[in-house]
Design a binder for this molecule. Structure first.
Ligand code: BES
Ligand code: MN
Ligand code: ZN
Length: 494
């Protein structure tokens, strides 16, 4: 979808539909009163009808029947003003897109940003909700003829000054949402396409387009580095593993970078500890952390954020096979720690522990990993929040605030020392899975053993990477979660 800006009076604007926001239980804001007068007083009574009344997630389409150059007015509910947030505005903007799509209206003109005044976060929110809501993955639909899409959205600005303001915030939202779409596309691709090598190719391609340095390490190099935990996971598959490094330099020459690590399991069958068959197809999304890291690097470079940023993506496929790693095996991670494998389905932490250790060579100012790591996190938080753990309260606080601001919320779980008992092994330094309790925490605790003294946070996106039902601004399927959260965090420290 393309967003354009037009300066002028909306009462004189010729378009298929004019979209205006409406609060619940409130006197009429200026933009509605003006429309109402132009509509000879017939608009307001409709705004107050029971089925709409400005409630969030509801809309009302009204034909102007020649009273205005605009053919129709679409009223979008914003809920109560006292509950109004950027996230609600994203939602409402998504709702607008869904209605236009269903009504087969390809072009819309939007006044939603007027509801929020001049606040940058609110203008961004309208653009984000619109772009995120219009996302679709139709790559494998051979007959796309029936599909309708909103191709053009015009933001109407009352004057030139307003336009300049809106323009820069919309441009920022476009950079971020392009990156979210990139991440969503990667996650949506099936496992037979999105292999570790495919992730590497996409990483190289993206990096070349955005002035990022990208290197791809292959098996022999991983062996030389001693990444035996990562290599163990990949052994059951014919797809060779990859380790992707991305470096973006926007900060001072010697400035310590933020290092992001993303789990890139391109398909997780569980390995020898095979998963049950029901819903296993979903496990193509087990590289959503990798996608979030690739997307965040793209967005940071597109926004020219003034900092140094590194992305690390360990990528492998987890399958059972003649050479696969087995329960009972002991492997030595790159850090030198030995790990007893008790469950080959707890593979993500094995990729991550080598990547987290490798990350130390950058002397990170902060180290953040993103991973669809545990089913237990889905049980604990559902799709409402990403699990957060870490060893530094400042970093955790910054991520929590970025979560609120971006709408990609996070919620902290503790990593108290006592939890260490869960992953104690009788014959090695650690075992790769705890028992049935505190599954998200024992995974986080395991990872912590590989970060040394580095300021570190772990984001478990198992519940947030995939949207089951579909929300106005988050269509069913891959969410691209992490990109907006991490960009918001990076902005906050610039
Ligand atoms: N990729 C899964 C976690 C997952 C499960 C993500 C469901 C999204 C939805 C991970 O590799 C896994 O299998 N974890 C195991 C760990 C256990 C064996 C300790 C799990 O959660 O069951
Ligand atoms: Mn697994
Ligand atoms: Zn997994």
């Amino acid at each position: 979808m393309h967003i354009s800006l037009v300066v002028g009076d909306y009462l004189k604007h010729l378009c298929p539909v004019l979209v205006a926001g409406c609060f619940e239980e409130e006197g009429e804001p200026e933009w509605i009163s003006r429309l109402d007068r132009a509509m000879e007083g017939r608009l307001l009574p409709l705004c107050r009808q029971q089925d709409f009344a400005g409630k969030l997630d509801t809309t009302k389409m009204v034909h102007t029947l020649g009273r205005l150059p605009a053919e129709r007015i679409l009223l979008v509910g914003l809920g109560k003003r006292k509950d109004f947030t950027a996230e609600r505005l994203r939602r409402a903007s998504g709702t607008m897109v869904q209605v236009l799509k269903k009504s087969r209206i390809e072009r819309g003109s939007c006044l939603l940003h007027l509801a929020a005044g001049d606040a940058p976060a609110m203008i961004r929110a309208v653009a984000e909700g619109t772009l995120l809501g219009s996302y679709e993955f139709s790559h494998y639909k051979t007959d796309a003829g029936e599909e309708s899409a909103v191709t053009e959205l015009t933001f109407l600005c009352p004057d030139k000054k307003g336009r300049t303001n809106v323009e820069s915030y919309v441009a920022e939202a476009v950079c971020v949402c392009d990156a979210v779409s990139f991440a969503r596309d990667l996650v949506s691709q099936p496992g037979n396409v999105a292999t570790p090598d495919y992730l590497a190719e996409k990483g190289l391609e993206m990096a070349a387009g955005f002035g990022i340095t990208c290197r791809v390490l292959e098996r022999d190099e991983l062996e030389r580095l001693g990444m035996k935990a990562l290599l163990a996971v990949s052994r059951g598959s014919h797809q060779p593993p990859r380790f992707i490094t991305l470096e973006y330099r926007g900060g001072e020459e010697k400035g310590r970078p933020i290092v992001l690590v993303g789990k890139g399991v391109t398909f997780d069958s569980g390995g020898i500890s095979l998963k049950p068959r029901g819903g296993m197809e979903r496990m193509k999304d087990d590289m959503a952390g990798a996608a979030a890291v690739l997307g965040t690097l793209q967005a940071a470079a597109a926004l020219r954020l003034p900092l140094n940023l590194v992305g690390l993506v360990p990528a492998a496929e987890n399958l059972p096979g003649g050479a696969a790693y087995k329960p009972g095996d002991v492997v030595k991670a790159m850090s030198g720690k030995t790990i007893e494998i008790v469950n080959t389905d707890a593979e993500g932490r094995l990729l991550l522990c080598d990547a987290l250790h490798y990350a130390q060579r950058y002397h990170p100012a902060a180290l953040i990993d993103v991973a669809t790591l545990t089913g237990a996190c889905v049980v604990a938080l559902g799709n409402g929040a990403t699990g957060l753990m870490g060893n530094n309260s400042g970093l955790k606080r910054a991520l929590t605030m970025a979560g609120e601001a971006s709408g990609e919320r996070v919620w902290e779980l503790p990593l108290w020392e006592e939890y260490g008992d869960l992953v104690k092994s009788d014959i090695a330094d650690l075992k790769n899975a705890g028992g049935p309790t505190a599954g998200t925490i024992s995974a986080g605790w395991f990872l912590q053993q590989f970060v040394g003294k580095t300021r570190w946070a772990h984001l478990d996106i198992a519940g947030t990477a995939w949207e089951e039902k579909g929300q106005p601004h988050i269509p069913k399927g891959a969410t691209g979660v992490g990109v907006r959260l991490l960009i918001e965090y990076l902005r906050s420290i610039c």
